[in-house]
Design a protein around this ligand. Structure first.
Ligand code: GLC
Length: 787
């Protein structure tokens, strides 16, 4: 009935229960102990703690002293921050070097200012409140010039002002429309951009929560949860990059993925037999299209039993995997949480015997239907279950598998609610909590179990993990793909702001199903989508059962050629992408960035959703509609180079990019240094020649070229290569200076071709103090050197 007009029957009008919220009232008592400040009001208890001088945590509990432990994601402990406390009649100030927290006494309101005294977060008529159902809410003032970003994986445009979002991990096969919410991930974090300054709020509450950013009529935004404490962190910024660094210091950063995880991945629901997989990789190699991984969807299993192979479809998985590895291609099998109920199936037996499945309080196991039929679900809130599950991956690692794909981990169940009964009582390591409270961390904890298990089993190799569901901090364990999109141009378009906002929510490693999962793709759509996919952090083509196959060659030569060109382009760009991944693993600043991250004072960038930056200085502007060969591109201030022609363009304006089917508009900012590898069939084949493109600026610029073995954690012991390249452009002459900073790891490539763009040939080129002879080609000047 929900699909008809009955859905808006006048008798069904909802009444909001927000009116029943009670304000916490005025301050009654203020105390301070070691590192935290407590405030008792007429109706609540509040703690304020500093985690760094630019991060403050506020916890409000209506009933008891706030509970300060218990986060599932927190990586940081409160620190002994130098805080100046001043108490006045009307308010109390808690000031650090970077932020000032003002606690107004009556009624109690919390306002936060930056070091310059500028307001970053404020309350007014409304502040913190709760209701009889145990819901908690926090209102903050919204301003006309506020823009909101983040919120994890959401449909719609880049700027979330005017939207209302729910956090409740949900399996959504129905088309992802602008109003479709929630999806698979719950990341209760957002950033506010106001007059070029940014700040962040992370609401660490695992209950179903809602962020109401429909601020134009109310002048307030709010976040609320259906239970638990009002527990949130304010990150002071001031720049978007500061906010990312602050937020990821709280929830953790993506570990550096194995290089092969950044290559091109091919998937299908499903490649059903060993022969089909062998045929597939043969085609890739015959057609000279690079590929790093083939994903095996549910048909590889015996009756959809996880940790099995179907003996008739895959008679010798070990051999298949080792043959593929010889060609430099990995297998990534899907692993869902649902364990088939089958008294003769060891995984089910062990789960029951050792009490590892989710149960009701009365002790009976929760059963739900998923692919294998009636299934039980590991209770990942229990350490013993996480360890068991992690260790079970020996089944895969013994066969040479290094990557896993976690799906259906919201958890998805084929029933009305789409998930587990909220009354299930999770063990939670001896502190039992209902599924109503822990639903949003189920997938996250499955990710933890899988990643840690694989890491233990892989003897120093980096695991690759892909997940559909997650919570704030999921980046520590897995890459995120955006679930069941469709082969719609609108979904190609929507994937840009979705991945950008995931990046702004700490998830630097994400990507959509290239070509679209459900519905039938076509050559033009796949070509345009592959152009975009070549620059998404995770790059996988995946399509659903019953729809047309969409491997690169499925739509004829014309499209195949374009698709191949862009998969190859991905491999050329891998050294740069890898460096950006390395940076993201250290700073939390994403690989794929919205323009405002680099130009926070340029209002033109605040809503731009259809173009993005790779790192700080490369603009990608994909074509997003059929039959379109021209598109508008905004170039922020400065000089930009057309990547393909080398033409110089003045920024601070819009241009029209002409882009025939084989053309993806790419622009490189002057002052950029870009490495480019020679293309190999996969990342297992080492790059043996490097090109360094230099786009000189008036100022001096520099780049640290990074490399390591790409598959172990040895880089943590300084086993990496780092080459600094510094370029000076003075009096028309260009000098290039290189310094090897570290060469404990030595890449296979020794020779570098330097290509200088946009400079006339009557200049001098100097390399490490010596004048060099150069070759002039297509408006560039190039010379070769070894490092
Ligand atoms: C879910 C996943 C999809 C997968 C399918 C079968 O729909 O989102 O990627 O192919 O299940 O496992």
């Amino acid at each position: 009935m929900q699909d008809t007009s009955f859905a808006i029957h006048p008798g069904k009008q909802k009444t909001s229960n927000d009116s029943t919220f009670q304000d916490i009232g005025s301050l009654v008592e203020f105390n301070q102990s070691n590192y935290f400040y407590s405030f008792k009001t007429e109706r609540a208890h509040i703690s304020v703690l500093f985690y760094r001088n630019d991060i403050v945590r506020v916890v409000m509990n209506p009933y008891n002293e706030p509970e300060l432990g218990g986060s599932y994601t927190l990586e940081l402990k409160p620190q002994d921050v130098d805080v100046k406390v001043e108490e006045h009649d009307e308010e109390i100030f808690l000031s650090t070097q970077k932020m000032k927290v003002e606690v107004q006494k009556s009624p109690l309101r919390i306002n936060v200012y930056d070091a310059e005294g500028q307001s970053i977060v404020s309350e007014g008529k409304q502040g913190m409140a709760f209701n009889r159902e145990g819901h908690v809410i926090c209102y903050k003032e919204a301003f006309a010039n506020d823009h909101y970003y983040g919120f994890g994986e959401k449909t719609g445009f880049l700027d979330k002002r005017g939207e209302k979002y729910t956090m409740w991990n949900t399996d959504v096969y129905a088309p992802h429309n602008p109003e479709t919410d929630p999806l698979y991930e719950s990341i209760p974090f957002f950033m506010t951009l106001r007059d070029g300054q940014t700040s962040g709020i992370f609401f660490d509450n695992t209950f179903k929560s809602t962020f109401d950013m429909r601020v134009d009529q109310t002048d307030y935004y709010s976040f609320k949860a259906e239970g638990g404490q009002l527990d949130y962190y304010i990150c002071a910024g001031p720049s978007p990059k500061h906010v990312m660094e602050q937020y990821t210091s709280l929830t953790g950063r993506m570990p550096l993925p194995p290089k092969w995880g950044l290559g091109y991945h091919q998937s299908r629901y499903s490649y059903e037999t060993e022969e089909e997989v062998r045929e597939l990789i043969k085609t890739f190699s015959e057609k000279d299209i690079p590929v790093d991984a083939i994903h095996l969807d549910i048909h590889y299993m015996n009756g959809y039993r996880v940790f099995t192979f179907d003996g008739s479809r895959f008679p010798n998985p070990e051999k298949l995997i080792s043959d593929m590895k010889e060609k430099g291609i990995r297998i990534v099998p899907i692993v869902d949480p649902g364990v088939k109920v089958d008294a003769e199936y060891p995984i089910y037996q062990e789960g029951v015997t050792n009490d590892l499945f989710c149960k009701y309080i009365e002790g009976n196991i929760f059963f739900g239907d998923v692919w294998p039929g009636k299934s039980a679900f590991p209770d990942f809130t229990k350490e013993q279950a996480r360890k068991w599950w992690g260790k079970k991956h020996e089944f895969y690692t013994d066969k040479g598998i290094e990557g896993i794909w976690n799906d259906m981990n919201e958890p998805a169940v084929f029933n009305e609610t789409k998930t587990m009964d909220v009354e299930v009582m999770h063990d939670n390591d001896g502190d039992p909590k209902t599924h109503r409270e822990l639903h949003n961390v189920y997938g996250y904890l499955m990710g933890e179990a899988t990643y840690e298990g694989m890491k233990d089993l892989l003897n120093g190799k980096r695991p690759f993990l892909l997940t559909r569901a997650g919570y704030a901090g999921v980046q520590k364990y897995a890459a995120v793909w955006t679930g069941d999109n469709r082969s719609f141009w609108e979904h190609l378009e929507m994937a840009i702001p979705m991945c950008l906002n995931l990046g702004l929510s700490g998830v630097a490693y994400s990507g959509p199903d290239v070509g679209g999962f459900a519905h039938d793709s076509n050559g033009e759509l796949l070509a345009r989508w592959t152009q975009f996919g070549a620059f998404t952090p995770f790059f996988r083509n995946h399509s659903a059962i019953e729809f047309v196959y969409q491997e690169p060659w499925q739509f004829g030569e014309k499209y195949e050629e374009v698709i191949k060109k862009y998969i190859q382009l991905r491999y050329k760009w891998l050294p740069h992408l890898y460096k950006l991944f390395k940076d993201a693993s250290e700073t939390g600043v994403p690989v794929m960035r919205p323009l405002f991250m680099e130009y926070p004072n340029d209002e033109e960038t605040y809503q731009l959703f259809d173009q993005f930056l790779i790192g700080s200085n490369v603009m990608i502007a994909p074509v997003l509609r059929p039959g379109v060969n021209d598109r508008m591109v905004y170039l922020p201030e400065g000089v930009w180079y057309d990547y393909w022609t080398g033409d110089k363009l003045e920024g601070g304006k819009r241009i029209i990019a002409h882009a025939e089917l084989d053309h993806l508009p790419i622009y490189v900012k002057s002052g950029t240094i870009l490495p480019e590898a020679n293309v190999k069939p996969s990342t297992a084949h080492e790059v043996d020649h490097m090109t360094i493109h230099i786009y000189p600026d008036e100022a001096s610029t520099s780049y640290d070229l990074y490399d390591d073995d790409g598959e172990t954690f040895n880089y943590e012991q300084d086993d990496y290569f780092s080459l600094n390249i510094t370029v000076n452009h003075e009096d028309g002459n260009v000098s290039v200076d290189t310094t090897v900073n570290n060469q404990q790891y030595q890449p296979k490539w020794k020779d570098i071709t330097y290509v200088v763009h946009g400079i006339s040939s009557d200049v001098q080129l100097v390399y490490n103090g010596q004048k060099v002879d150069f070759e002039e080609r297509n408006g560039t000047l190039s010379f070769n050197k070894s490092w």
